[in-house]
Design a protein around this ligand. Structure first.
Ligand code: XMP
Length: 517
């Protein structure tokens, strides 16, 4: 971590909103990191934060099993903002009294500004703020030195502060969208109270990240990277290439279940435009042989995962001096919100080349592990990567195998690819690509009767799926315009031999998933 960068430290007490706090701070162009509330004091000193935020959390400060926390962080003399649980922790630590509220308060509420100072510096006296509450405790007496700066109908201690110590607390959540002026409160905390500077951008971050990789990988050492052509691995690869040039070898595996033109596109982009040292291995046959006759979704996934690791291992073993494995792990994959239950690094299995680092004695390089997806895209832009690559829709590791329901054959894959290309190009032409999280086709092993010209057809069905989502965890089916759906259907039935019926999937997640298998 560079000394130049001003860091805000967020201590996580397990709130579902902790990641959101981090996002909101970074949107103000200030760098921040989330650490579990159990982080040792020495580590906090080493991080040298310029301000501290204590998150909310599901516990109560008076609970026997309240998350452990070292109150000596208050002696660092840096500004502190406690949110919800963080507020109660401040109140209790400094000698106030916290107890269970008679009624849990959850949802929209109003706060009246009592003193327009400190974190309320950007408001005027008596101004009313719409806020979002989620708590079951309340402060009954304020600690000495603290004053009320905002009141709600339920409590006179809704927003409190100690101007001299620069310690503030809020009973509501400024980080959620339901608190529309929340960003003014956070801005006041960062700039008016803490005197920070809005200088951090994912772009400024890239130079630093390149430096870190350069220093880490010795002059005669090499790194390998599994490049899928997706946003995360692509940005990680380009960034590492800037750091260590040809000492990075990227391995791209054609597993036979990629989309139309994908191999050519990845090779052209990365080998020709970015001059990456790229090995593209054609293992179509190996994957399709292993998948022959398999119809069970989980089996398909397992087979693809296993063959991928075998192939990757073989290829990586050929790279002389390989000591590092580059992965595009992102921040949401790394942190677990209920982190005080034990620091754990959660990495999605598809991001991890399962067990390979240990087996091959490779050390992981994860240059994006501090970033959110939109920040990765911004970093990619500052690395000169094209927008259409950075805004590509997610594509699952098991590829078309989990969109080709039933048995996977070359013929059925070819049919699916053609239909999928039509959906992709129509969505692009309609200018909807960046508004839609994913849009694709699923080939169903369901035949139905149709009539084309004078002849009877008996062919398979194609389901078109288009969803809107923020993170893939939940999703709504996209209300695509009828004329667009009509064009997609017409084109697929007319142009793709093997499909004579198109249906549109109008299921949201949950209870359905985005992929069909
Ligand atoms: P589901 O189908 O669970 O998918 O709603 C959520 C998101 O994850 C993607 N997905 C995967 N990505 N390997 C991946 O890299 C996988 O095995 C995998 N399965 C699903 C899916 O496309 C969606 O964006």
């Amino acid at each position: 971590m560079s000394e130049k960068r001003e860091l805000v430290l967020i201590l996580d007490f397990g709130s579902q909103y902790t990641q959101l706090i981090a996002r909101r701070i970074r949107e103000q162009r200030v760098y921040c990191e989330i650490h579990p509330c159990t982080v040792p004091l020495e580590k906090v000193r080493e991080l040298n934060p310029k301000a501290l935020i204590l998150s909310g959390g599901p516990s109560s400060v008076y609970d026997e099993d309240a998350p452990p926390f070292d109150p000596r962080v208050f002696e660092l003399g840096i500004p502190v903002l406690g949110i919800c649980y963080g507020l109660y922790l401040v109140a209790q630590t400094f000698g106030g009294k916290v107890e269970r509220a008679t009624a849990r308060e959850y949802g929209a509420a109003r706060v009246v500004v009592e003193r327009p100072e400190g974190i309320f510096h950007r408001f005027s006296k008596r101004e009313t703020l719409d806020v979002w509450m989620s708590h079951g405790d309340r402060i009954v007496s304020l600690p000495p030195g603290f004053a009320t700066i905002g009141v709600s109908g339920n409590t006179p201690f809704c927003a409190v502060g100690n101007a001299e110590k620069k310690i503030y607390g809020l009973q509501f959540h400024p980080e959620v969208v339901h608190t529309p002026r929340g960003s003014d409160i956070l801005a006041s905390f960062l700039f008016d109270v803490s005197g920070l500077h809005p200088t951090w951008t994912p772009g400024s971050w890239t130079d630093e990240a390149i430096d870190i990789v350069r220093q880490r990988v010795g002059a005669d050492e090499h790194a390998v990277c599994g490049l899928s052509g997706g946003v995360d691995s692509s940005v990680a690869a380009v960034l590492c290439h800037k750091a260590i040039g040809d000492r990075l070898t990227c391995i791209f595996v054609d597993n036979g279940v990629l989309r139309e033109g994908e191999v050519e596109q990845v090779v052209a982009t990365f080998r020709e435009n970015f001059h990456l040292n790229l090995i593209a291995v054609d293992e179509k046959k190996r994957f399709l042989d292993a998948l022959r006759g398999v119809t069970d979704p989980e089996q398909k996934r397992k087979i693809i995962g296993k063959v991928f690791i075998d192939v990757f291992e073989e290829q990586a073993a050929k790279v002389k001096g390989a000591r590092y494995l580059v992965q595009g792990t992102l921040y949401p994959d790394v942190i677990e919100s209920v982190s005080f239950k034990g620091p754990s690094a959660v990495i999605k299995s598809h991001h991890n080349v399962g067990g390979l680092p240990e087996r091959m004695n490779l050390q992981l390089i994860e240059p994006l592990r501090e970033l959110f997806k939109d920040e990765v895209r911004a970093a990619g832009e500052s690395l000169g990567m094209p927008r259409d690559l950075l805004y590509r829709q997610p594509f699952p590791g098991p590829g078309l195998a989990i969109r080709c329901l039933g048995e996977i054959t070359e013929e059925r894959l070819a049919v699916l690819r053609k239909a999928d290309t039509i959906v992709t190009s129509e969505i692009h032409q309609a200018g909807l690509n960046e508004q839609i999280w994913q849009s694709f086709c699923v080939l169903l092993p369901v035949r139905s009767v149709g009539v084309m010209g004078d002849g009877r057809t008996y062919e398979e069905t194609c389901a078109v799926r288009a969803v809107r989502s923020v993170d893939g965890m939940t999703a709504d089916w996209a209300p695509l315009p009828y004329d667009l759906l009509g064009r997609i259907s017409n084109r697929i039935i007319n142009e793709v031999r093997g499909i004579n019926r198109v249906v549109y999937d109008i299921s949201s997640k949950p209870p359905a998933t985005i992929e069909w298998e």
